[in-house]
Design a protein around this ligand. Sequence first.
Ligand code: ASP
Length: 330
Amino acid sequence: MSTYIPPIRVDNPHLPFGDQRNAPWYGKDILTVKQFTRADLEYTFGVAHEMREMVARVGSFDLLKGKILANLFYEPSTRTSSSFTSAMERLGGSVIPINEVRYSSVSKGESLPDTVRTLECYADVIVLRHYEIGSASLAAQVARKPIINAGDGVGEHPTQALLDLLTIVEELGDVDGLTVTMLGDLKYGRTVHSLARLLSLYQVRINYVSPEILCMPNEIIGELKEKGIPQAEYKALEPVLPDTDVLYVTRVQKERFADESVYESVRGAYVITPETLGIAKDHMIVMHPLPRIGEISMEVDTDPRAAYFRQMEYGLYVRMALLAMVLGKA
Ligand code: ASP
C-alpha cells in the first residue's frame, strides 16, 4: 500500500463503529504476524468480539457497504477463502472471487504484480494466497490497496495465527503460562510458523514434535530463542502431552514434497485418538488449522477438548475485524 486515499464518510448512527480516519490499521497490509504487538492483538480481538456480538444479534450489517474485496487464491482453500467471503458479505460488502486462477489470465502467463494491479482497479482490498514465500510482500510493493496475506507458500499464514491465538484466549483465558505443543509437519506448515512467532509475544513454553525431516525451521527457533522462549524438540508426543495446554496438530503437506515416497514415509507419523488423550490434562485443547487427513481420528470430535471446529468459527470474526480495520472502519 503506497498511496493514502481518504475514506468516504458514512454518518450512520446505526453503525456499531464510527468512520475513523485515524484508525491505526487503515490502509495497511497484513503480511506477517511480526507486524503485531500485544496491544495490537488486544485491539484486534476486541474488534473481533464486537463482530461476534453483531453476527449473533443481526447476522449482517452495513459497515463495509460499497466496499469490494478481491479474493485471489493461487492455492486451494476452503476455510480461508469462504470465511473471508462470509466476513465481507456479513459486513455489507461484496467479493470478486478468483479461486480458480487457471480460469483467469494467470493461465495465460500473467504475472502476480500485473494481476494485483488489475484487481485493485476493481476492489478496495485484496486477500492473496500464493504458493511462493514472499508473494504477499511482492504484491504489497506494487499495490495501492491493502494486501492481506492468506498464506504464502511455506512462509506465513498470519490471519490463521490470529484466529488460532483468539481461540486460545477464548478457550483457556490467558496465554501467559501456557505450554503449547506443535505436532506434525512443522517444516512446511505455515500456520505453525506464524503461530510460533505470535506466541513469542507471551510467556509460553513451546514443544515441537515432528519426524526428523519435518522439524521447525532453525530461523524460527532462532527468532524465538532471542526472545527467551523455552523451546524443545521431540520425536514422540507422549513425553510432553501430560503437561500440554494446547496441542496444535498439523497435516503432513503432501503438495510440498518433491518425492512422494518421502511423503509416504512420514504421513501418518502421528494420529490422535481418544486413547492418546488419555494422558492429557482434563483442561486443555486440541487445535488443528484443518483440513485433517487422518491426524486426528473422528472419535476425538466429541471430546470437549477438541477445539478445531470452534477454531474455524473464530476465523470469521477475526477476518471481519481485519477487513474493517484495514478499510478504516475499526
Ligand atoms: N489450511 C492451512 C493452510 O492453508 C493448513 C493446511 O493446509 O494444512 O496452511
